[in-house]
Design a protein around this ligand. Structure first.
Ligand SMILES: Nc1ncnc2c1ncn2[C@@H]1O[C@H](COP(=O)(O)OP(=O)(O)OP(=O)(O)O)[C@@H](O)[C@H]1O
Length: 685
């Protein structure tokens, strides 16, 4: 069947795409897949049924039988209530000729109805019980085979993605297990078919017994009811599923800023580059520019309301059926008793629903959840304000680099169960000195640097900057004079140009000047090739919104054309880059900061895991050349070419400083530093 082009409509700032013709039987990709694979599905389905009958025959049969009963229970109840209404009607009509036998008949019918209802309750309990038991049977029988098959595949299990989707994934351990959703789905469908079929059968039976007038009227009402069910659109795009996107630049920028601000992985970079103020003001600006938009994304994914007249008609027929029942009275002299009973039944069930709803809404848990949202809204805001209210010293720049002193510093990560990471560190780093920090993996180098940049505070001991305690400074004012290139940094989901400009958020340049400065940073950082390939405008990994309608809220299956329309509008310049290119760009971003800010402390923490030896040496050389007027600290495992230039080498081991001094002194000590140096030089010990 030929595919229809998608229709697109505007919804606030969003564009919504859907397939225009609504089909009862959607012949889309899934239908084709179903038809094509039907023989295979049937074979495996049959095998599954055989297996389940073999594993737990009586449990399975009881489960299916109870599902079937529950499917038919509404129809049974309908039939019984009709019988009772008929008997009451007859009694009312024959007021003067009533016999005791008539009453007995009515009591028997009512008792049978109550008994059947009781059986339904038992069946529900039985079904739930068997459901849990079957779940256990299936886990015990199928999972060991899956475990075996998975382990047999060895490392192939990691590589073969398409095969892996059939295996359980780790998060599903507490769920039903393999085959469970298949069984549950089958039982639900059996129940649905039996329910619909039996209810139609009862309605047909009732209509066939009614006098001609009633038959036409009730038949007409039923027809209308079904016509509305089938033809009235359940959403604003004729019941279809839909996709949506927006080309509003302000919205998209706001979304990217939101992602940067609330994603933990960016937080250290934001802090150490003192971007908080900049992002806050950008977010406010962008939010003001966007103004109030009609719909948030999740609401749009759930609801695209149909035109008001359809809603009105549906409400009238589905919510107020009694209004239509009373129409009967205009043509038919039904005794008032029947109307009263119908009303009573309708009214009590509606009342029961409302009461349940009321009770649920006022359960202590639900109330406390509701009210708990108020402090959750204001507490973070108040705490943020308290923090901003503290009196702190501003760092005043001098021509010289920062003078750093650590006295008895100990540090333990809160999340770490291990012992302290830094133990009693005391160290003096004179201003303008060039320091090389070395030590084996995990010795605590990065942690020490993060303490200097105030990304963590010491657990005990103190750090001084120019003889003033680090804690007394406004951290932002210190960080504004620090360039800290960390081991692992992220590129923000903004354009590469904006990433570079964010390195110096306080600078205001003309377009040409900004371009010159970016080009220089890119050249020194060695990222020219990347920029030539993807351009300054490229946005790497832009965040995406949920852009498809959700099913179960009146939205149908999303047509292929609507999906393609979404892809056509959102497939944009998201370029893939290698880890090496990413590192070079991040290094360039640090150069952008270093060259265009009043840096007094330069820290470079081995950001070179994906660079070759030559590129790493060049990078350190470029930083080294620009160290004038700064205190400079480099961390690298390949320090041989820098060792002789360093004013001081600090060697760490197991969270402690084990040696400090110049290269020659430390080599002559023949201790930890000498060992690391010799290993690097390939000198056998
Ligand atoms: N966020 C954290 N939470 C808990 N423990 C951490 C955290 N970061 C680091 N550690 C632990 O602190 C210790 C020191 O880590 P650190 O990264 O400072 O060492 P390093 O000398 O820089 O190592 P490398 O040379 O590998 O970069 C390690 O044992 C590490 O596992």
């Amino acid at each position: 069947m030929g595919e229809l082009p998608a229709k697109v409509l505007k919804w606030g700032i969003f564009n919504v795409a859907y397939e225009p013709r609504r089909k009862f039987f959607v012949f889309n990709k899934s239908t084709t897949v179903l038809v094509k694979n039907l023989p295979e599905f049937s074979t495996y389905g049959f095998r599954f049924l055989q297996d389940i009958c073999r594993i737990a025959p009586s449990t399975f049969l009881t489960y299916i039988a109870s599902s079937a009963w529950l499917g038919a229970s509404t129809a049974i109840s309908l039939h019984m209530s009709y019988l009772i209404l008929q008997q009451i009607e007859a009694l009312a009509r024959e007021q003067n000729h009533k016999t005791p036998h008539d009453h007995v008949e009515l009591i028997v019918t009512i008792s049978t109805w109550l008994l059947l209802m009781f059986v339904s309750v038992l069946m529900k309990g039985l079904k739930d019980d068997k459901e849990m038991l079957l779940c256990g049977y299936m886990r015990a029988n199928f999972l060991p085979s899956f475990v075996q098959a998975s382990l047999d595949a060895d490392v192939g299990f990691i590589h073969d993605q398409s095969a892996r989707r059939y295996f359980p994934n780790p998060e599903t351990f507490s769920e039903g297990g393999p085959g469970w959703s298949l069984l549950k789905g089958l039982s639900e469908r059996i129940q649905a078919v039996i329910a619909f079929g039996s209810e139609c059968f009862v309605f047909y039976g009732v209509l066939a017994q009614r006098p001609l007038w009633d038959r036409w009227l009730l038949g007409g009402l039923m027809g209308l009811f079904f016509a509305l069910l089938l033809f009235s659109p359940s959403n604003g795009v004729n019941g279809a599923g839909y996709t949506f996107w927006t080309t509003n630049d302000t919205f998209n920028r706001l979304h990217r800023l939101y992602t940067i601000i609330f994603t933990p992985k960016f937080r250290e970079t934001l802090a150490k580059d003192s971007l908080n103020e900049f992002l806050c003001s950008e977010y406010r600006k962008c939010s003001n520019k966007l103004g109030v938009v009609k719909s948030d994304v999740i609401t749009l994914a759930c609801i695209l309301p149909p035109p008001w007249y359809w809603t009105f008609l549906r409400n009238l027929l589905f919510e107020y059926p009694l209004a239509f029942c009373t129409l009967l009275l205009l043509w038919n002299n039904s005794p008032f008793l029947v109307t009263t009973i119908v009303f009573f039944q309708y009214g009590t069930s509606a009342l029961a629903r409302s009461f349940q709803c009321l009770r649920r809404s006022f359960e202590p848990r639900s109330i406390s959840q509701l009210l708990g949202q108020a402090p959750a809204l204001y507490k973070p805001l108040d705490q943020g304000l308290k923090k901003r209210g503290r009196e702190l010293i501003e760092y005043s720049t001098s021509k010289a680099g920062m003078d750093l002193r650590l006295r008895g510093v100990t540090f333990r990560y809160q999340s770490s169960a291990a012992d302290v990471t830094l133990k009693n560190i005391s160290l003096m780093i004179p201003s303008n000195s060039f320091v090389l920090l070395v030590g084996e993996n995990g010795s605590g180098k990065t942690t020490l640097l993060k303490l200097l940049a105030r990304l963590h505070d010491p657990t005990s001991g103190e750090i001084f900057v120019n003889d003033t305690p680090l804690a007394a400074y406004n951290p932002v004012s210190l960080r504004k004079h620090t360039t800290f290139l960390m081991q692992s940094e992220e590129i923000f989901p903004m354009s590469l140009e904006e990433n570079l400009l964010m390195a110096t958020p306080d600078q205001i340049w003309s377009k040409e000047e900004a371009q010159e400065r970016m080009d220089e940073a890119i050249r020194i950082g060695g990222a020219r090739q990347l920029i030539d390939r993807v351009g300054y405008d490229a946005i790497l990994n832009p965040p995406t919104i949920l852009a498809q309608s959700l099913q179960g809220c009146g939205n149908g299956i999303i047509g292929d054309a609507a999906i393609r329309e979404l892809e056509r509008h959102t497939m944009q310049k998201s370029a893939a880059i290698s880890n090496g290119e990413k590192q070079r760009f991040i290094i360039a971003r640090s150069f952008m900061r270093l060259l265009n800010s009043n840096t007094r402390l330069l820290i470079v923490d081995e950001p070179t895991s994906c660079l070759d030896l030559v590129a790493e040496r060049d990078m350190f050389e470029q930083f080294y050349r620009r160290r004038k007027g700064k205190t400079t600290i480099f961390v690298t495992h390949r320090f041989a070419s820098l060792a002789r230039k360093a004013d001081m080498i600090v060697c760490m081991k197991n969270g402690e400083i084990v040696e400090t001094g110049r290269h020659e002194e430390l080599v002559s000590l023949a201790g930890e530093y000498a060992r690391l140096y010799e290993v690097q030089q390939g000198i056998p010990r």
